[in-house]
Design a protein around this ligand. Structure first.
Ligand SMILES: Cc1cc2nc3c(=O)[nH]c(=O)nc-3n(C[C@H](O)[C@H](O)[C@H](O)COP(=O)(O)OP(=O)(O)OC[C@H]3O[C@@H](n4cnc5c(N)ncnc54)[C@H](O)[C@@H]3O)c2cc1C
Length: 376
């Protein structure tokens, strides 16, 4: 067993929140080290939707040119019935303006963009944190290989099943299921001619298709009512029999390819505190939220910016953590409340939802995103 003391802040988790924090700290000349359990730097090939406030945060992290180069512009959102009737659409270009135009991007591209230029010595891969002990002057991390690290400050950026959260707050605060659905699937497929973020909803479930480029779409599907078929691929097959031909074709293409369908539980984390002593949580570890408004990445990026700023401007670290949390609470609570509101609306019987959505849909969109246009 080896012991070492770090002057650097230790970031547990090198996903989106951890890499963004490292980048934000580097821009402020603050020392850090990322401890990541994956063996390789980047995630698999799935994709993500970045609303305007995520674009704004990426610009603040110095990545404006990169996101314009590698992100695919999403100019419109469409909400449709299972029979392809358009319930409402949102002109995202008009809402956000060209500077904050939403984009889709592969996760691997986003992660490599965030990690570009971080010193290699500051990244420790294949390192699984299994325990943390908090002391008044420092925190100790125990790694799976027997290494112990001690440091002044630990940031838990270790996702929805966070070890740091469990260690700092106790096992009772595990993730809970999202209101919208418990499980979902994600996949990539040939683009069947979808040119914007498009969701189709039936009584039993939803399918979203979003172009990554002219050739490929990212798909997300969820069963929103308990089915006797459970959540097997057969349930997805059954659900999409009533969907339009372009959705059906895409799902059949995915079902025909073993390993093309990724099962994703929908879990949420709602805590009334994000810091305890010398440990603080950011990103999904603090506030994982169902992807109803695609705000997970944006909130993680904003957390990173606000935490790095608090640590660079407030000399004492513990008040800096309290300041970080105070700055972030209301924005995260806003996204959580609007996620619940839209999840409840999405679960209404189709005949009610189809009558209401043309009115409440555009309103909810504005209500959700308008306050998020203000930079953090
Ligand atoms: C189905 C689905 C679709 C989504 N779609 C969108 C979308 O379109 N747009 C959007 O903005 N958000 C979306 N999200 C949410 C988004 O994926 C998350 O908010 C985002 O990935 C959070 O980043 P994070 O860095 O906090 O956590 P993660 O990305 O989970 O990263 C955590 C990292 O910590 C590492 N780690 C974990 N435990 C340990 C440990 N003990 N020791 C060392 N390392 C550890 C992991 O290996 C991982 O690299 C979606 C989520 C789901 C489930």
């Amino acid at each position: 067993m080896s012991h070492s003391y770090e002057d650097s802040l230790l970031i547990v988790g090198g996903g989106i929140a951890g890499s963004a924090l490292a980048r934000a700290l580097q821009r402020k000349d603050l020392p850090f080290r990322i401890i990541e359990r994956r063996r390789t730097p980047f995630d698999g090939g799935l994709a993500i939707n970045l609303p305007g406030n995520a674009i704004q945060a990426l610009s603040a992290l110095g990545l404006r040119e990169q996101i314009e180069k590698f992100g695919h512009p999403l100019r419109r959102r469409e909400y449709r019935t299972a029979r392809d009737k358009l319930l409402f659409q949102v002109d995202e270009d008009a809402f956000w303006g060209p500077a904050l135009r939403p984009r889709s991007i592969r996760r691997s591209a986003l992660l490599s963009m965030l990690a570009a230029g971080l010193p290699e010595a500051s990244l420790l891969y294949n390192a699984d944190v299994q325990s943390m002990t908090l002391h008044s002057t420092h925190a100790e991390l125990g790694l799976a290989d027997g290494t112990n690290l001690a440091t002044r400050l630990v940031v838990g950026a270790d996702g929805v099943r966070s070890t740091i959260r469990t260690e700092a707050f106790g096992t009772v605060l595990g993730p809970g299921h999202a209101l919208l659905a418990e499980k979902s699937w994600r996949f990539m497929a040939p683009n069947p001619g979808v040119d914007c973020w498009t969701v189709w909803a039936a009584d039993e479930g939803v399918v979203l298709l979003m172009p990554i480029d002219d050739r490929e779409v990212y798909g997300w599907a969820a069963i929103t009512r308990p089915l006797s078929r459970g959540d097997s691929p057969e349930a997805l097959d059954w659900l999409t029999r009533q969907f339009p031909e372009r959705v059906r074709r895409t799902v059949l293409d995915v079902l025909a390819r073993p390993n093309a369908l990724y099962h994703s539980p929908l879990e949420e984390v709602r805590l009334n505190r994000w810091h305890n002593g010398r440990a603080v949580l950011i990103g999904d570890a603090a506030h994982a939220t169902a992807p109803v408004w695609a705000e997970g990445v944006a909130l993680a990026l904003e957390d990173a910016i606000v935490l790095a700023r608090a640590l660079s401007t407030i000399c004492d670290e513990l008040p800096a953590l309290a300041d970080f949390e105070a700055q972030r609470r209301s924005r995260v609570a806003h996204v959580q409340a609007l996620t619940d509101a839209m999840s409840q609306a999405a679960k209404l019987p189709a005949f009610i939802r189809n009558a209401l959505f043309p009115f409440i849909g555009p309103k909810r969109y504005r209500q959700t995103y308008e306050p998020l246009k203000t930079a953090v």
